[in-house]
Design a protein around this ligand. Structure first.
Ligand code: PLP
Length: 395
């Protein structure tokens, strides 16, 4: 059978491949510590689950408007208005199955073939793959350790050409845990206004931040009409499997995106939308507790990593990832990823799973218990005594 050429341009997420291999090893009786997954290891708050159950029992089992039910869009608008300090109405909000579709739909709606889109590298791999899919040119902006993995605004300016139509930002950042400063946001906003660019701001980790408060570029002067603010429930409320996220954007784009929803997924599961109202309106203690626990684990993992031969790790400011420099091991990131999984029983990701600029780094997700983090650190430390720069031959 023949497949469409466009499938040649579609990337994927390595985390799912590593998970599959880890499961194979587990089926053979091996014990694996999972530090490859980008999802909180907490339960969805009980009040949120109950709201979905209640909605199902009340018969909320039918299609809803594609952009989401009005009470949820209004709840999200009120939340974003208050949390980010900007004016938002329900007409600005489109509810989607997870945050990811906002990336897909808005790039699809705003970017033409031949356009250039600037995106962070290392970064969430879906940016590059969707840019390629729509026939645009992905232009990576390197995030460097010496700049605490924040983009360099001068370098960004040099990458902007007459073909550039969009900049993608992600703060707090996957995979490095970096957070853009207010000054960074102001300078990026000035460039976006000057060159009349869209900004797609992936704020899925907005609540998982360890000092200060998350700010959005959308709230800066001249930015709201050109910014797509993406956020959602997956990380904040430990709801990855529920599939609930949203985009906040100017009303005309919201209409285009809603039309894409109609053409593709129709609407988000109706009962899940009611859970989304409860999550934002109900008690927030579970979020506070989860973030405090992540902060504790961050201390354990960063300290432990810095004791391993050949590893150096900066303190991340947000999300639940540590991104150590592993160059002194003499191994390539992918070799180390394979070796640590196959021989030491620790599943984590090579920095290159997030783009070429991730070479020389590994991503640890610390969304796992302190006990398991210590077990993983112990295993890696043991493995480190045998490291050579040879390519590791594994199955
Ligand atoms: N954006 C980033 C930076 C992420 O790390 C993730 C998930 O790992 C997503 C978006 C997707 O979020 P969701 O599960 O809500 O689609």
């Amino acid at each position: 059978m023949k497949y469409a050429n466009r499938m040649n341009n579609l990337g994927t997420e390595t985390a799912f491949e590593v998970l599959a291999r880890a499961r194979e090893l587990e089926a053979q009786g091996r014990n694996i510590v999972h530090l490859q997954i980008g999802e909180p290891d907490f339960d969805t708050p009980g009040n949120v689950t109950q709201a979905a159950i209640d909605a199902l029992k009340k018969g909320e089992t039918h299609y809803t408007p594609s952009a989401g039910i009005l009470p949820l869009r209004q709840t999200i608008a009120d939340y974003i208005a208050k949390d980010r300090g900007m004016k938002v109405a329900a007409e600005n909000v489109v509810v989607t199955p997870g945050g990811k579709p906002v990336l897909f739909y808005t790039i699809f709606a705003c970017v033409n073939p031949g356009d250039e889109v600037i995106y962070p590298n290392p970064g969430f791999p879906i940016y590059e793959s969707v840019i390629e899919l729509v026939g645009a040119t992905p232009v990576p902006i390197p995030l460097r350790e010496q700049n605490e993995f924040r983009l360099d605004v001068k370098e960004l300016e040099k990458l902007i050409t007459p073909k550039t139509t969009m900049i993608i930002l992600n703060s707090p950042h996957n995979p490095t845990g970096s957070v853009l400063t207010d000054k960074d946001l102001e300078q990026i906003a000035a460039l976006a206004v000057k060159h009349d660019l869209w900004v797609l701001s992936d704020e899925i980790y907005s609540r998982i931040i360890y000092q200060g408060k998350h700010n959005t570029i959308a709230a800066l002067p001249g930015m709201q009409q050109r910014t797509i603010l993406m956020d959602g429930y997956s990380k904040t409320y430990a709801m990855t499997g529920w599939r609930l996220g949203y985009g906040v954007m100017e009303p005309q784009l919201a209409k285009h995106v809603a039309r894409l929803c109609t053409n593709n997924h129709s609407c988000v599961t109706s009962a899940v939308q009611f859970a989304g109202i409860e999550a934002l309106k109900g008690p927030q203690e579970s979020v506070t507790k989860m973030v405090a626990e992540f902060q504790r684990r961050r201390g354990v993992i960063v300290e432990g990593i810095n004791r391993i031969k050949g590893f150096k790790c900066l303190m991340p400011h947000g999300a639940f990832y540590a991104f150590p420099n592993i160059r002194d091991t003499g191994l390539k990131a992918k070799e180390l990823q394979v070796q640590l999984l196959e021989k030491a029983g620790v599943a984590l990701l090579a920095g290159t799973a997030f783009g070429a600029h991730g070479e020389g780094y590994l991503r640890f997700s610390y969304a796992n218990s302190v006990e398991n983090l210590r077990k993983a650190l112990e295993r890696i430390k043991k493995a480190s005594t045998k490291w050579t720069s040879r390519t590791v031959q594994t199955a």
